[in-house]
Design a protein around this ligand. Structure first.
Ligand code: GLC
Length: 423
């Protein structure tokens, strides 16, 4: 195991660009939001100072309104489309994309602080930024306070090409103002990447929001794509709980009460996303006000947020069903779904970061057998294929890019037996 640990550390070091870590040097040459959150936890296992920097450099991209962007373009690169000019966000330094990603950051910051309690001054500053960010989520994405935040682009879910977005995306035109110059398919086999038509819809949404001047209220009111993503909502609820823990130390009683109200609202709303026929939680199309009946690995995340425990038994039956079809848990899409493709981006492959969260949730809920099985499968994939971007759930082969930072970070967390703190 020592050599695997060494390799994981070496992967983070190789992808370190001086304060921020790129997901992978070639396909993704900038800093990505949720990647960096996991990566900070990985750094925290062996270099606390570097872990704090990872959080801080991501926050350098935070907008005045509190939003933490999906991508921070610290340095120019021609290797990625769409770059900063396509986003056309308010010029600021560093430049950023205009959408966000799943808010793992408060959970990560808490883990870094646990690993390095001496970093309390840094944590105090970061805490204030995180609080502003969680306020943004509510103000910009759940102004009606129903307890579910909206996601306005498949890329915001981090599960860009999930079949859960197929139906809601049908409403998005394939016309674009921006000329599409894909870079991803030059680096990775196109069979593993999104199809051209979907890509045009992704860029249509970017064009639309740029034309809204990135104003959250206009975006929310006029978007052709608005979903309550089960993954983002579970991750945010978990992050709110972690922020509330941090608030006991770094915030005021009023902060704690405010966060507590959001926790209560979300904890009431998320369990209603249970979908009995599929045996898991599903996302909701907020434009049609209808559930999206597609089983994905994100639908197993509510226990990670400490909710949905009434449905634990059927949730584990679903895992058992999936485990009867594929060798490695957890496939990103229900293998029985006609949209399942074992090698295509978010339509079947296994992602280590998602596994880590699912296992953490199941372990906290007392399902140690399933938690251990998922962690073991993740380890076997990495031992056989290295720190690939994702893995084939049938063969365990590595897919996408090699030497991925967040996969290496999960390798470090699993090796240390570190699961996120409870609270
Ligand atoms: C892809 C993934 C996204 C991730 C990014 C960088 O876009 O879908 O979740 O953050 O790559 O690794």
């Amino acid at each position: 195991m020592t050599s695997n640990l060494d390799q994981a550390r070496a992967t983070l070091r190789a992808n370190d660009r001086g304060g921020y870590t790129v997901p992978n040097g070639r396909i993704y040459p900038f800093q990505w939001n949720w990647d960096s959150a996991f990566v900070a936890m990985g750094w925290a296992t062996f270099d606390a100072a570097r872990a704090w920097r990872e959080v801080e450099t991501l926050l350098e991209g935070q907008w005045d309104d509190g939003m933490i962007p999906q991508i921070v373009f610290h340095a120019a690169s021609d290797d990625y489309f769409p770059g900063p000019d396509v986003w056309g966000t308010t010029p600021q330094s560093p430049r950023t994309s205009g959408i966000t990603q799943p808010p793992v950051l408060a959970t990560a910051a808490r883990a870094v602080f646990d690993a390095d309690p001496a970093g309390e001054d840094r944590m105090a500053t970061i805490y204030k930024r995180l609080l502003r960010n969680h306020r943004w989520w509510e103000r910009a994405r759940d102004p009606a306070r129903r307890g579910l935040v909206a996601t306005l682009h498949p890329w915001e879910t981090g599960m860009d090409n999930s079949p859960a977005w197929d139906l809601p995306l049908q409403r998005v035109p394939t016309t674009t103002e921006t000329k599409i110059v894909r870079r991803d398919t030059a680096h990775v086999d196109p069979a593993m990447r999104p199809r051209q038509e979907d890509y045009a819809r992704f860029i249509h949404l970017v064009d639309h929001y740029r034309n809204c001047g990135w104003d959250p209220a206009r975006m929310l009111a006029t978007t052709p794509f608005k979903v309550a993503d089960i993954g983002t909502n579970a991750i945010l609820l978990r992050a709110e709980r972690d922020l509330r823990e941090l608030a006991r130390r770094f915030g005021s009683p009023a902060d704690q009460a405010e966060i507590g109200e959001r926790v209560e609202r979300m904890a009431r709303a998320i369990p209603a996303l249970w979908h009995d026929p599929l045996g898991l939680f599903v996302s909701r199309d907020l434009l049609r006000e209808a559930p999206i009946p597609v089983g994905t690995s994100a639908g197993l995340l509510p226990p990670y947020a400490g909710v949905g425990l009434d449905h634990l038994a059927p949730l584990c039956e679903t895992l058992a069903r999936w485990a009867g079809t594929v060798r490695f848990l957890v496939p990103s899409t229900d293998p029985a779904d006609p949209a399942f493709e074992k090698m295509r981006y978010w339509r079947g492959p296994v992602w280590a970061v998602v596994n880590w969260m699912i296992a953490d949730g199941l372990g906290r809920a007392g399902q140690h057998g399933w938690a251990d099985r998922i962690r073991a499968d993740t380890r076997i994939c990495m031992e056989g294929a290295g720190f690939s971007e994702y893995f084939d759930p049938v063969t365990g082969h590595g897919l996408g890019g090699a030497d991925f930072s967040w996969t290496a970070a999960i390798g470090l967390l699993l090796a240390e037996g570190r699961h996120a703190a409870s609270g």
